[in-house]
Ligand binder design. Structure first.
Ligand SMILES: [Zn+2]
Length: 309
């Protein structure tokens, strides 16, 4: 069987359950793209697949990817690959859309990756902490970040074992463009194992409590392509700002206002360039190692410079 014929056969198999596709027609479309337009086979396959998806009124998730291959999370570096993963559900997040049944973070010894499970796939629910073999999931990419989608062709098998989850460190280099709410001098719930940040003196779980002061920064760092959310814990905040927790408390006491600390910090760091390294946790990078870069700090100055060139 020729190479093109093999690919045509794969595509044909994906659609044969859904619509009447003529394999000669698939082959001809592929041949035209590859031979006449010199399109690489990968791209030709994608394009022809898209053509039939449209014709059948289907979504990519509705069709099987054919042969999925066993992979680890760090292997994922391409969208639209069909793979099998053995992974642990590290956390579940609240889906932001009705079309999503579950969304969260999967981990294996090589790292972590976001997953989305479509509502219409009608798959069993994944539990936090559970370890699963997930066959036939498809990779996706959005602004340089990869995820996997569980779809109607995915087979889920719960495994009776635990697996170790590897830390993947990320490095973000760019301008700290924003500081989010809940930054600066905050109060945490003192209940054991809670540590939730209090809102107006109340813990979501334990109600009104005598909070304990802490320092942290939730920042947005823009690397020019993508915005990353970065969390600085107390130590990282003290190191970044040169402001200790004790000094921050005094500052707030003098002003009779805790928000003065966040204002002071914002003044100090927003607009500055940093290289930040640390483990990723969910959508956050936890700042472990921070270096200030001598980048252009003043946007106005940059603009003037750009105009004079
Ligand atoms: Zn609490």
């Amino acid at each position: 069987m020729s190479d093109v014929r093999q690919h045509a056969d794969d595509i044909h198999a994906q659609f044969s359950d859904h619509i009447d596709v003529d394999i000669e027609d698939v082959e001809e479309r592929l041949t035209t793209l590859v031979d006449e337009y010199k399109v690489p086979m990968d791209e030709a396959r994608r394009s022809v697949t898209n053509h039939y998806l449209e014709e059948a009124g289907l979504e990519r998730e509705d069709i099987s990817g054919g042969d999925s291959e066993a992979a680890t999370i760090e292997d994922v570096d391409e969208p639209e690959e069909w793979i099998d993963l053995t992974a642990k559900v590290i956390e579940l997040w609240d889906p932001r859309s009705d079309s999503v049944a579950q969304v969260g973070l999967l981990g294996d010894p090589t790292g972590t990756i976001k997953f989305t499970k479509w509502a219409k796939s009608e798959l069993p629910a994944l539990e936090e902490g559970g370890v699963y073999e997930l066959r036939n999931v498809v990779t996706d990419e959005y602004q340089g970040r990869y995820s996997v989608k569980l779809n109607s062709t995915t087979v889920i098998e719960e495994l009776d074992e635990d697996i170790e989850v590897g830390n993947d460190t990320s490095e973000v280099e760019g301008a700290l463009v924003d500081m989010q709410r809940g930054s600066g001098l905050i109060k945490r719930c003192p209940e054991e194992d809670c540590t939730r940040v209090l809102q107006n003196g109340r813990c979501n779980e334990h109600g009104e409590v005598e909070g304990e002061f802490d320092l942290r920064i939730k920042a947005v760092v823009d690397d020019g392509i993508d915005a990353h959310e970065v969390i600085f814990d107390k130590d990282a905040t003290e190191e970044l700002t040169g402001l200790s927790l004790e000094e921050a408390k005094e500052m707030a006491m003098d002003a009779l206002d805790t928000t003065i600390v966040a204002d002071e910090i914002r003044e100090d760091i927003v607009g500055t360039y940093y290289r930040i390294e640390g483990p990723t946790f969910g959508r956050y990078v936890l700042a472990d190692d921070v270096e200030e870069l001598g980048g252009p700090a003043d946007p106005e100055e940059l603009l003037i410079k750009a105009r004079s060139m």
